[in-house]
Design a binder for this molecule. Structure first.
Ligand code: K1U
Ligand code: ZN
Length: 167
């Protein structure tokens, strides 16, 4: 297993649209294992392949408290959204920044599992938020893009300064 380096905003690679996975094979299963290890170590409750500079449609999520409920989604699609919730979000690619984002309360998702089998899932609450956040990453969107341009500018400057100090 391997820990993968996570790209930090405003790295332009975070705005790449990920391509569908053509075949669910050992390469994809290894990517999922490494992404899960990276997410748990960070720690976080989700990670999209985009964040580790792999531009294929793969995400891992685990919103359990004891790392017991890993969900891997390959080529995920949101089929239906309903309701509305506003909650505080963070992002491993925007460390130390948290802000409120409006999302659907419930989503129905279709994806492939690690055997390449299609399945559907209904989610609400934090899991629904996390799914929407991770699928945005696959489309090249970072949660700060829901914030005002003023806030986005401040966050960009803060992270650029921090990167200079730690370089
Ligand atoms: O995509 C990511 O960068 C992961 C992100 C997912 C997420 C968090 C909150 C709302 C929506 C999406 C994170 O995991 S940030 C870290 C975090 O929220 C957390 C870390 C440890 C324990 C519990 C939460
Ligand atoms: Zn994120």
């Amino acid at each position: 297993m391997a820990l993968l380096p996570i790209l930090h905003f405003p790295d332009p690679r975070l705005h790449t649209k990920a391509a569908p996975v053509a075949e669910v094979d050992d390469r994809i299963r290894t990517l999922i294992r490494d992404m899960a290890e990276t997410m748990y170590e960070a720690p976080g409750i989700g990670l999209a392949a985009t964040q580790v500079d792999v531009h294929e449609r793969v995400v891992v999520i685990d919103v359990s408290e004891d790392h017991s409920d890993l969900l891997a989604l390959i080529n995920p699609e949101i089929l239906e959204r309903s309701g509305e919730q506003i909650g505080e979000e963070g992002c491993l690619s925007v460390p130390g920044i948290y802000d409120k984002v409006k999302r659907a309360e419930r989503v129905r998702v279709r994806a492939l599992d690690q055997n390449g089998e299609r399945f559907e899932l209904e989610a609400e609450g934090l899991l629904a938020v996390c799914i929407q956040h991770e699928l945005d990453h696959l489309d090249g969107k970072v949660f700060v893009e829901y914030l005002s341009l003023l806030k986005q500018g401040r966050i960009k400057n803060k992270l650029i300064k921090r990167a200079r100090i730690t370089a």
